[in-house]
Design a protein. Structure first.
Length: 322
């Protein structure tokens, strides 16, 4: 069987899907749109001038041509999965579909954040989503994000922080001072790392200027380094983006590393792995974040429940490999 994954692999999660398919003996390929580069310095200059003076970004078109050229090289596929299809114009979706028997999509974001209907109506054989609201209203197939990390028990870790938070610089930043203030009251040690091109705006957040536990950086954290940040902490903080109800990768990273989880996503209570000993759902004032949560022992997730959320099970369900 031949399967191709097409994605803009921002955080390098998608490559794990291809690796898992290869381990099952499947001929799997990854067309990573994010790796497309201009062919020359002149091409890059033309692209920059076009954005400045014409308000158009030719690279968006060139990236989509790149997809078709790559498909011409690898040939017809049994299945093609596109992650976040809003990055591709409808006309190119139709061209891509010509290269496969089954054309499917997986949405990392909610439709409220990234609408796709006008782009993909009548294009995909199946659309998968982790957002429960979209699944209900759009009749999408439900699939969560997945555990991609190897399982590491608490006994094999020596955390030096109580809480760790890794995230992009966005509107969630407004929440950080209040949570940090609560952790300070509890005398808890934490490490928050905020990443993004707009981190220079931190100067507008006076609280953060004198707090050495909150770090800002433009450069993204290398994906292979993420587990070490979490290994160094007893709990992981998860804050939901606006208009999103699905479970982020932090939940599944916490499961793999046997970490406690602090989250503002109340939907997590609807899942079979929810355990109040392991997961604290913050209230609106964050005052339910108390020391007793850290003192309670972590309860191991039953193996049959844990296995449901592994990447191995994810590829079986999405690619119908039963």
């Amino acid at each position: 069987m031949k399967i191709c994954l097409i994605s803009f692999d921002h955080w390098q999660y998608d490559a794990h899907i291809v690796d898992a398919l290869l381990k099952k003996g499947i001929d799997a390929r990854h067309i990573n749109i994010g790796k497309y580069q201009h062919s020359s310095k002149l091409s890059r200059l033309k692209n920059t001038l076009s954005k400045i003076f014409l308000g158009k970004n030719p690279k968006l078109e060139l990236r989509q041509r790149f997809i078709i050229n790559e498909l011409k090289k690898i040939g017809f596929q049994d299945q093609i999965l596109v992650i976040n299809p809003e990055l591709i114009d409808r006309e190119y979706h139709l061209k891509i579909k010509e290269y496969t028997k089954r054309y499917i999509a997986y949405l990392y974001d909610s439709l409220a954040r990234h609408p796709i209907n006008c782009l993909v109506e009548g294009v995909f054989d199946d659309i998968y989503s982790f957002d429960k609201d979209d699944i209900k209203t759009q009749n999408f197939k439900e699939v969560n994000n997945y555990i991609y990390l190897d399982h590491i028990t608490q006994q094999n870790q020596s955390p030096k922080y109580d809480v760790c938070y890794l995230a992009s610089f966005d509107n969630r930043i407004a929440t950080i001072p209040r949570i940090a203030d609560q952790l300070d009251k509890l005398k808890k040690k934490y490490q928050f790392v905020i990443v993004g091109k707009k981190t220079w705006l931190k100067k507008l957040i006076k609280f953060s200027e004198n707090n050495s536990s909150i770090q800002y950086q433009i450069k993204r954290i290398d994906h292979k380094d993420v587990p070490q940040y979490y290994n160094d902490s007893k709990a992981i903080l998860d804050l939901v983006r606006d208009n999103q109800t699905g479970l982020s990768f932090r939940i599944f990273e916490a499961m793999a590393l046997e970490k406690k989880l602090i989250t503002d996503n109340a939907k997590i209570k609807d899942y079979d792995f929810y355990n109040p000993n392991n997961i604290l759902v913050l209230n609106n004032d964050y005052d339910n974040l108390q020391s007793d949560f850290f003192q309670k022992p972590y309860h191991k997730i039953p193996e049959h429940i844990y296995n449901k959320y592994t990447l191995e099970n994810w590829i079986v369900n999405v690619f119908e490999l039963h």
